[in-house]
Design a protein around this ligand. Structure first.
Ligand code: GBP
Ligand code: ZN
Length: 257
């Protein structure tokens, strides 16, 4: 499979997932439908479906227009997320296929929104990919708009944290630089985080994206995914993983980098 990222609005990412043998494609959060369709056309692929991560306008706001532009397109979204233009509601564990070789698994990852879905995508022997919307960002996570710390712990550390380590992570916003700067305030001695920060600064200088990451890199550098570590808990003065994720989120909400 081929994965193309399409910068949208200020700092959002839409993506095209392409099954190369059939030339069929899925669009993740195509908030600028004309732009995403343009990229699909340049690549000679046929857009079959929209995969919506959550109901916020900067992710789902292009769905209705996409349906006008591509009659018959399927628009997927979480069953309890009230996604604009949704034609097919997804539950946790639902499976979709794209062309002959691409398999897509729906993972319910609530908290940023109640019905948020992450999409886990596999193709033959290739490393898998996961599209995490506003649940997991590179080195960060989404704000807890519609859920609890307990839910974010489950979504980030259990559901996404259990995916194979080489899984490539494609998130909904380019927040990496700020997230890594904040991460270092939580774990000043994390050498991998410091290393990734200088890499991210270089990427930004060259106007290059910081996606994809991998689940392995996130487990090493993302403080929200590291709350099971006793050293981290002690550092922030908490006793449980859930308390720790709540505390780090509270600090990030107030942090002005
Ligand atoms: C920044 O620019 O660096 N800290 C951000 C500020 C996701 S977008 C913007 C922000 O708060 N972004 C949201 C978030 O979860 N950020 C993680 C963080 O700050 O650590 N959105 O556009 C946001 O979800 C939205 C749209 C929100 C509709 C509510 C509604 Br309703
Ligand atoms: Zn959002």
């Amino acid at each position: 499979m081929k994965i193309l990222h399409i910068p949208c609005l200020g700092d959002n990412y839409a993506y095209l997932i392409i099954d190369e043998s059939s030339k069929e494609a899925a669009a993740v959060d195509p908030v600028e439908p004309e732009k995403v369709l343009g990229v699909a056309n340049e690549n000679g692929v046929d857009l079959k479906m929209v995969l919506t991560t959550h109901h916020h306008w900067d992710h789902a706001g292009g769905n209705e227009r996409m349906k006008q532009l591509v009659p018959g397109i399927k628009v997927y979204g979480g069953s309890i997320d009230n996604v604009k233009g949704c034609t097919d509601k997804l539950e946790n564990g639902d499976k979709l296929t794209l062309g002959a070789d691409v398999n897509i698994l729906s993972l319910h990852t609530p908290c940023h929104t109640n019905g948020h879905i992450s999409y886990y995508v596999t193709c033959k022997e290739e490393d898998p990919a996961v599209f995490t919307g506003d649940t997991l960002f590179i080195a960060g996570c989404g704000r807890f708009f519609e859920g609890t710390a307990e839910q974010m712990y489950q979504s980030l550390c259990v559901t996404l944290g259990s995916l194979p380590k080489p899984t490539r992570v494609y998130c909904g916003h380019e927040y990496t630089l700020k997230n890594l700067q904040f991460a270092l305030t939580v774990e000043p001695e994390n050498a991998k985080t410091a290393q990734k920060l200088s890499w991210a600064q270089n990427q930004q200088k060259g106007n290059l994206p910081t996606i994809p990451s991998t689940i392995e890199e996130e487990l090493e550098t993302n403080p929200f995914m590291r709350v099971d570590l006793p050293e981290l808990r002690t550092r922030v003065g908490c006793h449980s993983s859930v308390e720790t994720i709540q505390e780090i989120r509270r600090r990030k909400d107030h942090w002005r980098g």
